[in-house]
Design a protein around this ligand. Sequence first.
Ligand code: ASP
Length: 438
Amino acid sequence: MGKIVAKFGGSSLSDAGQFKKVRDILLLDPRRVYVVPSAPGKRHDKDEKVTDLLYATHRLMQCGGDWQSVFARVEERYHAIERELALQTDLTRQLAQIRTDIAAGANADYCASRGEYLNGLLLSAYLGFTFLDPKDYIFFTAEGAYNSERTNEALSAALENVPNAVVPGFYGAMPDGSIRTFSRGGSDITGAIVARAACAEVYENWTDVSGFLMADPRLVENAKPIRNVTYRELRELSYMGATVLHEDSIFPVHRAGIPTNIRNTNHPDHIGTYITHQTEETPNPFVITGIAGRVGFSVISVEKAMMNAEKGFGRRILQAVEEMGLSFEHLPTGIDTLCVVLETACLAPLRDRVVSRIMELTSPDTITIHDDMGLIATVGRGMIHNPGTAARLFTALSRAHVNVRMIDQGSSELSILVGVDQCDFEASIRAIYHEFVK
Ligand code: ASP
């Protein structure tokens, strides 16, 4: 029998009622043997996530504030779950230990990780599954990078010996044994790591939405769900702002050829979105798979007659960007122009210095910066070798009176990227969506 790794997000485990839903989901399919929990999330709009409370606890401790009362709210969240599920655990002792550690100056990563740790302890008691503490199986290098090979070896060996396990998300250990977390939302990464180590048939990521939608529902009413998306398409969509999964959680499972299935804990009968390596078997009903975009970009445009004859011109522009510690998003070029697209927020403090360095290195005819740009990626495996897609996209934008300021299409033909003025951003997304989705 194949194995399924099921990761449950914070809203899926926010209280005892959600714990019950999780157990019911696990009971529906005996292949769901390994579970990765997040820390308890919000129970309602005005609630706070336990992870946020733990970071606040740490901050207050650092500046001599009243961290105890914030930590008391964390304690109450777990006590309520334990009480309502009538669990017999050593929660009180665990909390006392954490309190002592915080008082002794534990760092932010340790504090934040306790959210997942405690939720994992309660969940394993509730399910009767073995608790595997990621500090013993998920490793970082001394430089703080995730150590995939060492982790995979240790975790695969551990999972071989346990038929059912709960592995808390979000953290692992440094070589000296201290706790280190992934970036926010990192339980998704742990889920993918466990799926790889278990050679899982599927990595299920249970959240509070029924998968991905073809466009942001705040911009497009009744946006259709995406049933199947490839990892490459998803990479393009999430890079441009479609956020359901942590970006870094794609790599471990993609590499191992394991599909990810995004599911909704509150609607378990909904099949959600499947992310797979390839999806020939299930063709996309539309030419495009999805649209995503972000605002807040600036374009540095450098113009110089005959620049293409000048060897190293592009390199010198990028050298200036690199010297300032900036990373660029895109690099559209014309015959005598080269543009560098960067996030405005990153560029802002270094604007003048970047401009003078580019001038110094390349002596351009002109250099201008255009702010308030939005970038929109239209992504779809259906666009490959499908003539007319770009024409439809640009016709839709012109019908919506949008002036396209920049176009970038990679050779993969998997996505078309357009830059528009920020004020046209929302109208552009709607225009593209309605052109392709009828
Ligand atoms: N609890 C962590 C966070 O809020 C990790 C996660 O939920 O994935 O970022």
